[in-house]
Design a protein around this ligand. Structure first.
Ligand code: SAM
Length: 255
């Protein structure tokens, strides 16, 4: 099974031999690849919707892996029993939906020692949920594939982690001595505590695109005389300035 670069990242962030549940599995590509490579010993492919559920069943059958992969139809973590899996992957949905699935399925997270998540948008909402529920991010990746930028987050329960959330979200200096900036905990939640340290061209591109979006909003706000519009514009100007400072520090850091 040849995975997309995006799904391959989730695959690579797993430890070998896990009992995996892939929620919102669609064609069950990830569970099939994880069983084939040995990353998973068993897998459950969970799907809410009829079409993707049938597609997952066909994929598992054509791979001949029915003994190791069960395809189950249901909403979020409803498809698993507590203690049944140790690793959960959820990819290709918004961060708010992923956070909602985890929130509603909390009792099923007992015994789960690794969450590997790929939000399409709303990464900050998902990081906030992980923080509030004492999951500690251990690794983050960012890639561009087919013109889209994706972030992947691997997190473990606090009791299982060698670092604490206080350390992960401690205000952080980035850049070089002559050009550095201290990022607040909230900014780390927004941009990714590990991604800001890694930097790189995809990270820079993501935030340049964000700057473009903010500038468009500022242009439309500038047409309004309402005090709320002025207030919002000031807030966005501040945000813009901070993002520009981060990018300047990164570009100085990595010529
Ligand atoms: N995970 C695959 C990937 O990343 O390539 C598929 C992503 S696809 C865009 C999202 C899938 O999640 C769809 O197949 C959809 O039916 C499923 N889905 C959406 N909400 C869900 C939920 N609450 N529980 C289970 N599956 C869900």
């Amino acid at each position: 099974m040849k995975l997309s670069k995006r799904l391959q990242l989730l695959h690579d962030l797993m430890d070998p031999g896990r009992n995996l549940a892939d929620i919102g599995s669609d064609h069950a590509l990830l569970p099939v690849a994880c069983i084939q490579s040995g990353q998973a010993a068993t897998a459950i492919a969970g799907e809410l919707n009829e079409g993707p559920y049938e597609a997952a069943k066909r994929q598992v059958a054509s791979s001949g892996l029915q003994a190791k992969i069960e395809v189950r139809r249901g909403d979020g973590l409803d498809v698993i029993e507590a203690g049944e899996v140790d690793t959960i992957t959820i990819a290709g949905m918004g961060g708010a939906l992923i956070a909602n699935i985890l929130e509603r399925g909390k009792p099923k997270l007992k015994g789960v020692t690794r969450l590997i998540l790929q939000p399409n948008v709303g990464e900050d909402i998902l990081r906030r949920w992980l923080f509030d529920n004492d999951y500690v991010i251990e690794a983050e990746r960012i890639i561009e594939e087919d013109g889209k930028i994706y972030e992947v987050i691997a997190a473990v329960p606090g009791y299982f982690s060698h670092i604490s959330n206080d350390e992960v979200y401690e205000p952080k200096l980035i850049g070089t001595a002559d050009h550095e900036i201290e990022l607040t905990s909230n900014e780390l939640l927004k941009m990714g505590p590990f991604l800001v340290e890694q930097g790189g061209s995809v990270f820079v591109k993501k935030w340049e695109l964000e700057i473009d979006k903010i500038q468009k909003v500022l242009t439309s706000l500038s047409k309004s005389d309402l005090p709320e519009a002025k207030e919002k514009a000031e807030e966005l100007q501040q945000e813009l300035k901070r993002i520009e400072e981060v990018l300047t520090c990164m570009q100085k850091d990595k010529p």
